[in-house]
Design a binder for this molecule. Structure first.
Ligand code: FAD
Ligand code: PYC
Length: 410
């Protein structure tokens, strides 16, 4: 793989940019791999990358039924933060944030990480208490967040109306290190690095069954035939329930559509990200989103009721959006657990591992999740980042309740 650099750009500019090599290869599947990852979203690709980089495991295939990054990874609104309440969550989300801070250099691919600051507005007294509790927990966890006054909110977000008739701004949970990244670039950067390590990214190939013998995984049936493996990692977000059924067990996961929309281009009006969780809305310049659909479904598209609900929720706080035209709208199928925390776990099937349950908030976690899943798959046992996220916590009652931090998902 040739390195991207300012000199490479200058050289290509002289030849009309016709000399760039393909960013990743398009191989036919081999008969057998040490590891197969199902799902070429951010989490699957990051898992493969850290298997190679941290554990030297490179005989890996990543199998994707559509195109890489075409699931939730390419459909999210790119918000990155680590202001979670519980210790295991703060550890993995902050690990992810630290990896994001250097990801462009690590992958030699510009993922446009922009730590522009993130605010979660407190618009009820319950939220004030919840966010104060989070700030104290974050202090103990070494995660830098602060609780700020309405005046400071106004200073950071001049377009905001802090005196809303129903939900005035009472303060905010502020994480200056939070921000955004470019979602496609995260998938593309990991894909390019995996391909450069000799891994096979096999797109347009659906996994239709999991084959096992004596309680141990042997490979997967796909639309291109059987592919064998020693270890299987399933990282398919909203389709985790179906893959678990193929592997012979059930997961405590629900699939729900989460929608977002983008307005017509507007001049820079807000250089931070603002979430208003009481009213189920958030704004990041022209990216606008709200809560999940109120019923389980597999619909990757937008619906009119969502535009109305989300904009009605936000217009009181951001009056300027009443005059904006909305440009397009879409949806993604998110995988929700009851405690709003992920599953990174061994399963009842030997050598088969699942990473799922990131719900409405997994983009920010991609590097940390890949790191933890790679460690679990390489060693067969979870490391410190993953050990609390076993699928058996739901049987044991050891929930990791993140309903406040999950924001739009509660
Ligand atoms: P995906 O990117 O969905 O990848 C899973 C892949 O598995 C898909 O490409 C799919 O095609 C493939 N697959 C499924 N079944 C099979 C099969 N049988 N065979 C082969 N391949 C298969 N998170 C944040 O942190 N910040 C945000 O601002 C944010 N905003 C969001 C806004 C929206 C509208 C949505 C929908 C989500 C948002 N999220 C956000 C959540 C985030 O997008 C997800 O948690 C994250 O992208 C999940 O990544 P993934 O790699 O697990 O899943
Ligand atoms: O998890 O921060 C988040 C988020 C914002 C919008 C959707 N998810």
């Amino acid at each position: 793989m040739k390195r991207y650099s300012v000199f490479a750009i200058a050289k290509q500019a002289m030849t009309h940019h016709l000399g760039w090599e393909r960013a990743w290869a398009a191989p036919e599947p081999k008969k057998h791999y040490d590891v197969i990852i199902v799902g070429a979203g951010g989490h699957g690709l990051a898992t493969a990358y850290y298997l190679g980089k941290n554990h030297g495991i490179k005989n890996v295939a990543i199998i994707e039924k559509g195109w890489l990054g075409g699931g939730n990874t390419g459909r999210n609104t790119t918000i990155i933060r680590s202001n979670y309440l519980q210790d295991p969550s703060a550890a993995i989300y902050d690990k992810a944030l630290q990896l994001y801070e250097n990801l462009s250099q690590d992958l030699n691919y510009n993922v446009m990480f922009s730590p522009r600051g993130l605010l979660m507005l407190a618009q009820t007294h319950h939220e004030v208490r919840g966010y104060l509790r989070t700030v104290h927990a974050n202090l103990l966890q070494g995660v830098q967040t602060e609780y700020i006054s309405p005046a400071k909110v106004k200073e950071l977000v001049p377009i905001i109306n802090i005196d809303g008739p129903r939900y005035p701004i009472l303060g905010a949970l502020y994480q200056p290190r939070g921000g955004t990244g470019r979602h496609d670039a995260v998938a593309w950067g990991y894909a390019r690095a995996c391909s450069a390590m000799g891994m096979d990214i096999i797109q347009q190939t659906e996994v239709t069954a999991v084959r096992s013998e004596g309680g141990v995984v042997k490979g997967v049936e796909t639309s291109k035939g059987f592919i064998g493996c020693n270890k299987l990692g399933v990282v398919v977000a909203g389709h985790s329930g179906q893959l678990a059924e193929m592997a012979g067990f059930r997961l405590p996961i629900e699939a729900v559509a989460l929608q977002a929309l983008v307005s017509e281009p507007i001049k820079p009006c807000m250089d931070v990200v603002v979430m208003a969780n009481t009213v189920h809305g958030y704004m990041s310049q022209s990216d606008i989103g709200g809560g999940t659909d109120g019923f389980n479904n597999f619909t990757q598209r937008g619906s009119f009721h969502h535009i109305e609900e989300t904009l009605r929720a936000l217009v009181e706080t951001f009056p300027m959006i009443s005059r904006l035209k909305m440009l397009r709208q879409w949806g993604g199928i998110v995988d929700m657990t009851g405690d709003r925390s992920p599953i990174i776990s061994k399963t009842p099937l030997g050598n088969c591992f699942f990473n799922c349950g990131w719900g409405t908030g997994g983009f920010k976690a991609i590097p940390g999740s890949g790191w933890a899943m790679a460690e679990l798959m390489a060693k067969g046992e979870p490391g410190p980042l993953a050990e609390e996220f076993s699928m058996w916590r739901f049987k044991e009652g050891k929930f990791i309740d993140e309903s406040v931090a999950a924001g739009v998902a509660h």
